[in-house]
Design a protein around this ligand. Structure first.
Ligand SMILES: Cc1cc2nc3c(=O)[nH]c(=O)nc-3n(C[C@H](O)[C@H](O)[C@H](O)COP(=O)(O)OP(=O)(O)OC[C@H]3O[C@@H](n4cnc5c(N)ncnc54)[C@H](O)[C@@H]3O)c2cc1C
Length: 480
C-alpha cells in the first residue's frame, strides 16, 4: 500500500499574515476557506476594479431592462461542490438562473441533428448512435473500475499511478481520498490516444461539445487527465441532459457576494508588481510590492497564496530557477469571445453548437454561441466563442479570428450588428502530455510551501470554477 505522504501542517498559527494574489474564484475561495479555519489576518490583492476574474458577468440593457450576460464562466453542475460552498457563504443561489438550451449547426450554418435518431434518419446514423451509446456506457464502467481514483481534484501522483486529493464524487464530495492505481498513468496520454487505447473513440463526439467549444483545447494535445477531471462521467452526463446550473446575476455574483462577506474584502485596482522572499531556509517576512492609485508600497507577510498564472508569477516575483523552469512549461489556450448584438428581432433564439468548427484545421471559427435569456427571443445579445491556437499548429491572428467568427454568425443567419464587449483570455493553463508523464505535478507538489509560497488557481486541477475553488480548499486544508 502506498505510504501516506500528505503534508499536514501542525504548526498552525492563526495570526500569521497571508497575502492572496488575485481576486478570482481561486483567491476569493482561498480567503473564505482561511477565514472558516480561523485565519483573520489575510489580504487579497486584485489588479482589476472587480472580483471574479474570468467569471465576469456584465450587465446589458435590452428592451429597457438591465440583465446579466456572461463573457466568462457560464455554468456549473451537480458536481460543483466547492463552488456550492462559496455560494452558501455569500448567500448566492443557482436556483434562479436561466435554462440552458441548444441546437446544432454545420459549418455552412445549416441546422443538423447529430444526436436525434429520428431526424435525418438513416440506418448508418442509427448504428453510429447505438455504438456511441455503448461506448459511453463502457467509458463510465472503466472510469469507475480500471481508472478508479481518476476523479479526485488535482493531479498529485497520477503520473506515477497514484491518486491523492479531494473527492469529486457526489456521495463523498470534498473528502480526502488516496490510493494506488497504476492504470492512472494512462491519463497522461492525449485524450484521443486514451480513447483509442480503451476502444471508446466515439465518446469524443460527445465530450468535444462541452470541452473544445468551451476553449479547453483539442483532443490530440490535451492529457486525458484534464478532460476526465473536468468532464468526469457524472458531469458529462449532466451536460448531455442539460441539467446545468446558471446564475441570474451571473457567475460573477458568486464571488462578489462571497467577497462582501469576507472580513477583509479584496483590495481592488491593486496589482502585485514584485515579491521578494527570504532565501530558502531563512526566517523573515515576504515583501510584497503593490501598486494602486496612490502609487507603490511594500507590505510584509508570512505566507503567500498565488492564484495568478504561475508563469506570470515567475516574471514579477523573485522566482528560483526551479520555479522558472517548471512554470515555463505551462501552456495556455487563447480563447476569444465577444458579446454580439443583432438587428431588432434578427438574432438567435437558442444557443448553437457548430461541431465542424471544433477541429484545429478550423482555428478561429466560431464553435459555439450562447443565447442566455429565452424570453428575449431574437433580441437577446449572444456570446460567440473561438480558439486561435493549437499545439503543433501556427496560431491564427486575433483579427482573423474576430472576422471569421463574424462571418460564421452571418452564415448561421445572424449578422452581427455590434460587438458590445470582446476579449481574449489566458485560458485553461495545462502542461503537455510529455511533461505530464514526466511528473510535472509532482515537481509542483514538492515545491508547495517552499519559501512559504503556496500555488493555487486553475493549473492545480483544471481551468473551471469548481476545480479552482476545490484546489483552494485542498491547499488551505493541507497547509494552513
Ligand atoms: C469565456 C469563458 C468561459 C468559461 N466558462 C466556464 C464555465 O461555464 N464554467 C466554469 O466552471 N468555468 C468557466 N470558465 C473558467 C473559469 O472562469 C476560470 O477557470 C476561473 O475564473 C479561474 O479562477 P482563478 O481565480 O484561478 O483565475 P482568474 O479567474 O483568472 O482570476 C485571477 C485573478 O487574478 C488577478 N490578477 C492577475 N495578476 C495579478 C496581479 N499581479 N496582482 C493582482 N491581481 C492579479 C486577475 O485580474 C484575476 O482577477 C470560463 C472562462 C472563460 C474566460
Amino acid at each position: 500500500m502506498w505510504r501516506k505522504t500528505e503534508v499536514i501542517n501542525n504548526m498552525t498559527n492563526l495570526n500569521e499574515r497571508i497575502c492572496i494574489i488575485g481576486g478570482g474564484p481561486a483567491g476569493i475561495s482561498a480567503a473564505m476557506y482561511l477565514q472558516k479555519k480561523g485565519y483573520e489576518n489575510y489580504e487579497i490583492y486584485e489588479k482589476l476594479n472587480k472580483v471574479g476574474g474570468k467569471s465576469y458577468s456584465p450587465k446589458i440593457m435590452v428592451n429597457g431592462e438591465e440583465r446579466s450576460y456572461e463573457t466568462g464562466a457560464i455554468m456549473g453542475a451537480i458536481t460543483y461542490h466547492a463552488v456550492h460552498e462559496v455560494e452558501e457563504f455569500g448567500g448566492t443561489t443557482h436556483a434562479d438562473g436561466p435554462n440552458m438550451r441548444r441546437m446544432y449547426r454545420d459549418s455552412s450554418g445549416k441546422e443538423i441533428f447529430p444526436f436525434d435518431p429520428k431526424k435525418d434518419f438513416s440506418v448508418k446514423k442509427t448504428i453510429d448512435l447505438l455504438r456511441l451509446k455503448k461506448q459511453m456506457k463502457k467509458l463510465v464502467e472503466i472510469m469507475n473500475t480500471k481508472y478508479k481514483g481518476y476523479d479526485c481534484y488535482g493531479h498529485r501522483g497520477v503520473a506515477q499511478g497514484r491518486y491523492s486529493g479531494l473527492d469529486k464524487s457526489v456521495d463523498n464530495a470534498l473528502n480526502h481520498i488516496e490510493g494506488v492505481n497504476p492504470n492512472l498513468k494512462d491519463l497522461a496520454l492525449p485524450f484521443d490516444k486514451f480513447c483509442k487505447l480503451n476502444g471508446v473513440e466515439d465518446v469524443m463526439k460527445i465530450w468535444i461539445g462541452p470541452y473544445t467549444s468551451f476553449g479547453y483545447g483539442y483532443f490530440d494535445e490535451i492529457p486525458a487527465a484534464y478532460v476526465m477531471k473536468y468532464l468526469d462521467t457524472t458531469t458529462a452526463i449532466e451536460f448531455v441532459n442539460m441539467r446545468l446550473w446558471t446564475w441570474k446575476d451571473g457567475t460573477q455574483s458568486i464571488y462578489v457576494n462571497a467577497n462582501n462577506k469576507l472580513l477583509h474584502p479584496a483590495h481592488l485596482n491593486t496589482e502585485v508588481v514584485k515579491v521578494v522572499r527570504p532565501a530558502e531556509g531563512e526566517e523573515g517576512k515576504i515583501q510584497v510590492t503593490i501598486r494602486d492609485a496612490e502609487g507603490e508600497r511594500v507590505e510584509e507577510f508570512d505566507k503567500l497564496i498565488v492564484t495568478t498564472p504561475l508563469d506570470w508569477f515567475a516574471r514579477f516575483a523573485d522566482a528560483r530557477e526551479e520555479e522558472k523552469e517548471l512554470f515555463s512549461k505551462i501552456i495556455h489556450e487563447k480563447y476569444v469571445d465577444f458579446i454580439a448584438r443583432f438587428d431588432e428581432n434578427a438574432g438567435p433564439t437558442i444557443s448553437g453548437y457548430i461541431f465542424d468548427n471544433m477541429t484545429y484545421d478550423r482555428l478561429g471559427h466560431a464553435m459555439v454561441y450562447y443565447h442566455r435569456w429565452e424570453d428575449l427571443e431574437a433580441n437577446c445579445p449572444s456570446v460567440v466563442y473561438a480558439l486561435r491556437n493549437h499545439l503543433g499548429s501556427e496560431d491564427v491572428s486575433y483579427e482573423y479570428t474576430i472576422d471569421t467568427m463574424m462571418n460564421d454568425m452571418e452564415l448561421c443567419g445572424f449578422p452581427v450588428k455590434e460587438r458590445l464587449y470582446e476579449q481574449e483570455t489566458y485560458y485553461c493553463p495545462h502542461v503537455s502530455p510529455e511533461d505530464y508523464a514526466n511528473g510535472w505535478y509532482d515537481k509542483l507538489e514538492a515545491m508547495q510551501g517552499k519559501q512559504n509560497t503556496f500555488y493555487a488557481g486553475e493549473i492545480i486541477s483544471f481551468g473551471d470554477m469548481e476545480d479552482t475553488c476545490a484546489a483552494s480548499k485542498d491547499i488551505v486544508s493541507r497547509f494552513f
